[in-house]
Design a binder for this molecule. Structure first.
Ligand code: GLY
Length: 561
């Protein structure tokens, strides 16, 4: 029913970047991959067919996305991975970028003490030390079964032989090209000799193929040392960036204890700091557990009010308490504690909206969907949730000359100045200030839900500050509203992040009459937005069958066998 309503909405609006495709939802009993790129999902399923497990497939998809979805898939960025192993153990890996060794707290302030946003987003200094290659290879070594050469081969082939550009990519490249004109190596990749690439052109990335071959042959040294590292460090010197050969050689991913919460008998496994996502999702679920969400009904004013009030409080805690745990004592036990959530929610009034200024202050976020999430599950229940990013789409727009990959602009995720909003309008303070070697706070929330040790749901999303609320709502849709994965992912969403005190609403997210009711409860600003909160490529295991759905908000694809 919901699905039908949503489809009608889709047909009637012009917000859509792409039509629904048959590949959005697939089912299988041997393995499923759901990602932002149909080509990459097919690569993952091919690895499963060859006998690889979900970790092998996830690593292959990670490298493939660096070729087929360059605005967020990457080897020049970083991300997080949550893995459920076949014995039920859940592990998480942090391959988030790090601040270079010469970074310092005020590095993005101008002479007047204001944040120079151009510098923090679109300069060589905006790049953190990339973590993706180290993370993917380390995961493969620990939990994969195939060789590095086997899982990187599809990405090399795609880069070397090219693939036809679809409307999504050709259009995106044309839009981003103008911001790359200062960087000839970027123009060489994202334009066709200075002109826009056209739909159907075969897009070949020779330099990227050579970099991938070095990684395939030498492992992490093929990226963090030798030719690739020298090309990157030389570009940093040329553009007055900060990443050095030493920063690259020293980069290590970190295996961290997962955030573990529970909700109505299900276990929630997600990413700990430096991601804020896992702790916030668990905190919000804890706040909702005492309420009968199902009987309130999806899209009702009661349930939206409840969700918004949980979001308001959790995001306020984020600004105050969250940063890299290797540098700052994040009070994780408190934030994820059920009693703490109860206390935090004591002032919840089911009839009346709270006011965010009673808790703190802030401003409005820019939108960016340009992180990407993919989910993998195999027939043995090994499940992998990976969210990876260059931060904003195409990162700092700088392709490393001769190496063919884009650099991230993740340094903007630090708090460049206390209580000054970043590109997502998120506030931060001491916990997330810039320090050498520190990881910047993230909202990426790769998450796995299990029941009695068995996998149920693999999910996650891009969307900057909105990621956490997208994951929260996919979980509620599956566990409380008992939706199929297709509906759980497709259903319209809402977002509130404490500051600014405003509820953003995708069309169709509220049932009739709910808007008036929410206004009468005191929700001051209900801001309708186009269709585009998140891109939650997810997998649900139900009755022994895996169902994968790529988010219809974009042109990804799921693959199964
Ligand atoms: N760069 C967005 C995030 O990590 O939350």
């Amino acid at each position: 029913m919901l699905r039908r309503t949503f489809l009608v909405y889709v047909l009637l609006t012009s917000f859509l970047v792409a039509p629904f495709s048959a590949a959005n939802t697939v089912s299988g009993s041997n393995g499923v991959v759901s990602s932002r790129s149909q080509i990459a999902s097919d690569v993952g399923v091919e690895i499963l067919k060859q006998g690889g497990n979900a970790v092998d497939a996830a690593v292959a998809v990670g490298f493939a996305l660096a070729v087929t979805y360059p605005s967020a898939g990457n080897i020049g960025g970083g991300g997080f991975m949550v893995i459920r192993l076949d014995d039920g153990t859940v592990v998480t890996q942090d391959h988030r970028e790090k601040a270079p060794g010469s970074a310092f707290p005020d590095m993005f302030l101008d002479d007047a003490g204001n944040v120079d946003r151009r510098k923090s987003l679109y300069s060589a200094q905006a790049a953190g030390v990339p973590g993706s290659v180290a993370g993917l290879l380390d995961a493969l070594e620990k939990y994969g079964t195939m060789t590095r050469q086997q899982v990187i081969a599809p990405a090399i082939k795609l880069a070397e032989e090219g693939f036809p550009l679809n409307e999504d990519l050709a259009g995106d490249f044309e839009r981003v090209m103008n911001s790359m004109r200062d960087y000839p190596a970027s123009m060489a990749v994202f334009s066709n000799n200075g002109q826009a690439w056209q739909v159907g052109d075969i897009w070949v990335q020779k330099d990227l193929a050579e970099t991938l071959k070095r990684i395939s042959a030498e492992g992490r040294d093929g990226f963090y040392k030798g030719k690739t590292a020298e090309l990157l460090a030389n570009e940093m010197i040329r553009l007055e960036g900060m990443i050095t050969l030493e920063d690259l050689a020293n980069y290590q991913p970190v295996w961290r204890d997962p955030i573990k919460g529970s909700y109505r008998g299900y276990d929630i496994w997600s990413m700990p700091p430096p991601s804020s996502g896992g702790a916030l999702v668990v905190q919000m679920l804890n706040m909702l557990e005492a309420y009968d969400v199902k009987s309130m009904g999806w899209g009702s004013a009661e349930v939206i009010h409840l969700m918004v009030e949980a979001q308001r409080r959790a995001y306020a805690d984020r600004a105050e308490h969250m940063g890299d745990p290797d540098f700052y004592p994040v009070p994780l036990a408190m934030l994820t504690d059920k009693e703490y959530a109860k206390t935090r929610f004591l002032d919840f009034n089911p009839e009346q909206a709270s006011r965010s200024e009673d808790i703190g202050a802030g401003s409005w976020p820019l939108e960016s969907l340009e992180t990407t999430h993919f989910s993998v599950m195999d027939k043995n229940g090994v499940s992998v949730a990976v969210t990876t990013t260059l931060n904003l789409g195409y990162g700092n727009r700088i392709v490393v000359p001769g190496a063919g990959f884009l650099l991230n602009n993740e340094m903007d995720d630090f708090s460049a100045k206390p209580n000054e909003p970043n590109a997502y309008g998120l506030l931060g303070d001491e916990a997330n200030k810039i320090e050498p070697g520190k990881r910047m706070l993230s909202s990426m929330t790769p998450t796995i839900v299990t029941r009695d040790g068995q996998p149920v749901l693999v999910t996650g999303s891009p969307g900057g500050s909105t990621i956490i609320n997208t994951v929260f709502q996919v979980i509620l849709n599956v566990l409380d509203h008992e939706m199929s994965i297709e509906d759980a992912v497709a259903s319209p969403r809402i977002h509130h992040q404490w500051q600014p005190d405003m509820v953003r609403i995708e069309p169709g997210a509220l049932l009739e009459g709910a808007e008036e009711k929410l206004t009468s409860m005191g929700h001051r600003e209900l801001a309708p937005m186009g269709y585009g909160l998140g891109d939650a490529n997810s997998i649900l295991l139900r009755d022994g069958v895996m169902h994968g759905s790529s988010d219809p908000r974009s042109v990804g694809g799921a693959s199964a066998f």
